[in-house]
Design a protein around this ligand. Structure first.
Ligand SMILES: Cc1cc2nc3c(=O)[nH]c(=O)nc-3n(C[C@H](O)[C@H](O)[C@H](O)COP(=O)(O)O)c2cc1C
Length: 414
C-alpha cells in the first residue's frame, strides 16, 4: 500500500534554525511520490533560501499573501484548496501562539486559518526554555484540543549548543506521522498478537541453536497493524531490530518455551493472531551448565522437540483469526494447504526461501497467501512493509467473512 503516493503536501516553514533541514524533508516526500509546495514566513527566509525550495518542489514558493498567483488566485485560498495536508515545520513558538489565538497576519498564519477542513501537522522546534514556557504549552494544548496533529520536539543538542527538549524530530518521523494521518484505521478495536524473529535454544552458557530469521517481516506487520489503529502485542525472539512503532507492546523472549508462555498469556483476548516467528523445532533437553570444552571425539547432542505452538493455538481457537507462516523450498501450495488443515489456520503466508530477494534477512519478500477456503493469491516482489499491508488487507477481508458478527466489536478486555 502506497500511503503517500500522489498526496499533495504543503509545507510551511517558519523562522527557526531547524529550517535548514526542510529541503531534505521535501526530498523525502518527493521520493515517496508526493507533490510538494512550500510556503515561508519572512523570518524563515533569514534561515533558508526560497530558491532551494523552489528547485526541490518545482513550484514557486509562497511568500507573500498579497501577491496573487496565476489567474488572479489568492495564495492562501488556492494553496489550501490544493493540498491534502499542511505541515508547519519547523513551527516556531511564535506561529504556535498565532495559530492558537486565531491570528492571521502573514501568509503562513493565514494558511493555517484557511486550512480548517484538512489535517494540519505541527513539528515544533525551539530552545527548551522557550518550549517549556507555560504559554507555549498552553498554545500547544489548545491546538491539540482543536484537533491538530503534533510531532515532537525531541531531546538532544540544540543549535544554540544547549541540551534539552526542543529539537526538531527526525525527518523520517515526520514522514511516518504523515503516513499515519493518511492511513484508514481499519484495525481499530482489534487486538493483534504477532510473533517474530527466531528463537535461541541454549546448548551451554555461550552457545545456542537458532535460525536465519531476522524478524523483519513480523516487525513490519506489527508496524502496519499499529498504523492501522490496532492494539499490537509483539512477541519477539532475539533480533537486532528496535521497537517498530510507538505504542506497540514489545515482549522480548529467547527460547521457544518462553515464546509459548507469552503467546498463551495473550492469546485468549486477541482478535487476530499472526505467527511470523521462526520457532526452533528442537532444543537440547538440558543445556550444559558450564561451557563445553572441545575434544577430538565426535560430539553428540541430544535434541528434543519443541512444542508446536501454532498447532496448539489452532486447537484452542475460539473467535481469533489465526495466521501462520510457511517458509518453503518446494511443493509450496500442497504443503501450505496441508498446514492449514493440520493446524486449523485461517490463512497462511508462504515464503519461497529459495530466492535471494525473499524470506529471511532481506527487506523484500515474494509472498503467496492461501486462505482456509483454498483461495490463493500470489504477490510480486515487494517491500516487507507493502507485504505487511497486503497480509493485513486479506486478514480484514477474511475476518469480515468468517466473523461478521464481531468484526467491529469492542476489544474484549476494554
Ligand atoms: C538565530 C535565531 C534562531 C532562532 N531559532 C528559533 C527556533 O528554533 N524556534 C523558535 O521558535 N524561534 C526561533 N527564533 C526566534 C524566531 O525567529 C522569532 O520568534 C520570529 O519572530 C519567528 O517568526 P515566524 O514565526 O514568523 O517565522 C530564532 C531567532 C534567531 C535570531
Amino acid at each position: 500500500m502506497d500511503h503517500l503516493r500522489g498526496k499533495k503536501i504543503l509545507i510551511a516553514i517558519t523562522g527557526g534554525i531547524a529550517a535548514y533541514k526542510i529541503p531534505e524533508l521535501i526530498r523525502l516526500f518527493v521520493k515517496s511520490g508526493c507533490e510538494v509546495r512550500a510556503a515561508v514566513t519572512e523570518n524563515a527566509c533569514k534561515f533558508i533560501q526560497p530558491l532551494t525550495l523552489e528547485t526541490l518542489t518545482g513550484h514557486p514558493v509562497l511568500r507573500n499573501e498579497f501577491t496573487l498567483i496565476k489567474e488572479s488566485q489568492i495564495p492562501h485560498i488556492e494553496a489550501t484548496a490544493w493540498c491534502d495536508i499542511l505541515i508547519v515545520a519547523p513551527a516556531t513558538g511564535n506561529i504556535l501562539g498565532k495559530a492558537a489565538s486565531g491570528i492571521a497576519d502573514d501568509l503562513v498564519s493565514t494558511l493555517i486559518m484557511a486550512t480548517s477542513q484538512k489535517p494540519i501537522l505541527f513539528a515544533p522546534a525551539m530552545n527548551s526554555r522557550m518550549y517549556l514556557n507555560p504559554i507555549v504549552k498552553r498554545n500547544i494544548a489548545v491546538l491539540k484540543e482543536t484537533g491538530h496533529f503534533f510531532i515532537g520536539p525531541e531531546e538532544g543538542e540544540m543549535a544554540c549548543g544547549e541540551e534539552g527538549l526542543g529539537r526538531l524530530v527526525l525527518l523520517t518521523c515526520i514522514v511516518e506521522k504523515v503516513k499515519d494521518i493518511f492511513t484508514e484505521k481499519d484495525l481499530h478495536n482489534n487486538t493483534i498478537l504477532i510473533s517474530a524473529g527466531p528463537t535461541q535454544e541454549p546448548i551451554d552458557p555461550v552457545r545456542y541453536i537458532t535460525n536465519r530469521s531476522s524478524g523483519k517481516m513480523g516487525y513490519a506487520i506489527a508496524k502496519a497493524a499499529k498504523r492501522r489503529g490496532g492494539r499490537v502485542i509483539l512477541i519477539s525472539g532475539p533480533t537486532r531490530l528496535s521497537i517498530p512503532k510507538e505504542g506497540i507492546t514489545l515482549i522480548r523472549v529467547k527460547t521457544a518455551l518462553e515464546m509459548e508462555r507469552e503467546i498463551y498469556e495473550h492469546y485468549p483476548y486477541s482478535d487476530i493472531v499472526i505467527m511470523a516467528a521462526a520457532v526452533a523445532d528442537y532444543r537440547t533437553n538440558r543445556p550444559f551448565p558450564h561451557k563445553l570444552k572441545k575434544s577430538d571425539r565426535v560430539f553428540q547432542l541430544e535434541l528434543v522437540r519443541n512444542p508446536d505452538i501454532l498447532k496448539s493455538l489452532g486447537g484452542k481457537k475460539e473467535t481469533q483469526i489465526l495466521v501462520g507462516f510457511a517458509a518453503e523450498t518446494e511443493n509450496f501450495e500442497k504443503n501450505a494447504l496441508q498446514k492449514i488443515k493440520d493446524k486449523n489456520l485461517d490463512l497462511i503466508v508462504v515464503n519461497n526461501v529459495n530466492l535471494p530477494d525473499a524470506g529471511f534477512e532481506v527487506d523484500t519478500n515474494r509472498i503467496m497467501l492461501i486462505d482456509r477456503f483454498g483461495k490463493i493469491r500470489r504477490f510480486p516482489l515487494q517491500s516487507k512493509e507493502d507485504a505487511a499491508d497486503a497480509i493485513l488487507d486479506k486478514i480484514i477481508k477474511l475476518k469480515k467473512k468468517i466473523r461478521p458478527e464481531n468484526h467491529n466489536e469492542k476489544n474484549k478486555r476494554t
